[in-house]
Design a binder for this molecule. Structure first.
Ligand SMILES: [Zn+2]
Length: 346
């Protein structure tokens, strides 16, 4: 998953988009889940029906290319007519829901796997946090959170009106306005910097506090190692790596960045039994240390979560991607064309 882009980026975006639209360009789409969920603050879910419409549009325009095209100049055209599809994290629905649709329309796609995730019977921590805080009923009035930099205490109360406002909240686009939204973001920021074991312990603690089952709903799990291994050699699916534990690389020392990137990559290569030539930065977070590790790893292409079309001259190991939200085919076409200058002419 990715996190928000910040105020400065939001304010300067129109200028950057206008300049970049004069360049040869192409689009890299970022998906996470093909699923229907009642609550989706990070906009990670596209319904199967909408995904079908989106892929049908790319097929109709003969626009889809493999991400490898962005390692060369091939993907960049004056009308922005070439589009690559990517998925982050390796959720089970990528194979159960998305793959049949990709196959039906002949669309190539890259799935970026977290090294230790395939087959794990736990949700990713951000999904567990979402279940604990955003999808629970009545919450207790106080929370002592004994993880990270030391115990923190939170107090909680909400009105019925506040509770109802949470279902449609977008954490990427809307400032927090209700007690649950503030609590969710505070805990998200506290958990993202913990070690993987601490993250597991923290979300289990929060699920218990919220009166929610600790066991994850099956639809939110990563796909199994076997299911991914069977994709080796698939004509449409390529696999990339996404660190060992979905690490927030900018919060790690260089040795830990190295371990997360290299061990994650080797784990995915071992799983697939082949060289892996692509990577995406968890949460889109990147700094000079992570850049250097990726350059040393020698992947052909790496993706961030900066929400722009890619333009010729972009660093192939730091390519921007457009997060696709849940929208129908016509709206998807309009969004690509009007917001990003892609697939402009029929
Ligand atoms: Zn991710």
């Amino acid at each position: 998953m990715s996190s928000g882009n910040g105020l400065l980026r939001r304010l300067t975006r129109p200028l950057r988009v206008r300049w970049r639209r004069a360049q040869r360009r192409g689009g890299i789409l970022m998906y996470h889940r093909i699923a229907e969920e009642p609550c989706d603050p990070w906009g990670l879910c596209v319904t199967p029906a909408h995904f079908e419409e989106q892929m049908a549009f790319l097929a109709e325009r003969s626009a889809a290319v493999d991400l490898a095209s962005f390692a060369t100049d091939d993907a960049y055209t004056p009308a922005g007519g070439r589009i690559a599809v990517t998925f982050d994290d390796g959720y089970v629905d990528n194979l159960e829901q998305a793959l049949p649709i990709l196959e039906r329309h002949g669309i190539p796609a890259t799935i970026f796997l977290v090294g230790r995730a395939p087959g794990r019977q736990r949700e990713f921590w951000w999904d567990a946090l979402q279940r604990a805080i955003m999808e629970s009923g009545h919450l207790p009035a106080t929370l002592d959170f004994p993880f990270g930099d030391g115990p923190r205490s939170f107090t909680f109360s909400e009105t019925e009106e506040e509770r109802l406002a949470n279902a449609t909240w977008s954490a990427d686009n809307d400032d927090p306005a209700t007690p649950r939204q503030f609590l969710f973001l505070a805990l998200w920021s506290a958990i993202v910097v913990l070690t993987p074991d601490e993250q597991d312990a923290a979300v289990d603690y929060l699920l218990a506090w919220a009166g929610m089952p600790v066991a994850a709903p099956a639809g939110r799990l990563p796909a199994s190692a076997d299911a991914f291994a069977r994709l080796a050699g698939h004509p449409l699916v390529s696999i990339g790596s996404h660190t060992l534990d979905h690490a927030s690389l900018t919060d790690l020392s260089r040795p830990r960045q190295h371990a997360q990137i290299v061990e994650g990559h080797r784990a995915v290569e071992a799983l697939m039994g082949q060289r892996i030539d692509r990577f995406s930065y968890p949460f889109g977070r990147i700094d000079d240390g992570a850049r250097a590790e990726i350059a040393a790893l020698g992947v052909d292409v790496a993706c961030t979560s900066v929400g722009m079309a890619a333009t010729i001259g972009d660093n192939r190991r730091e390519l921007p991607r457009l997060q696709v939200t849940d929208r129908g085919g016509a709206d998807f076409a309009r969004w690509l064309r009007e917001d990003h200058g892609l697939l402009a002419a029929a």
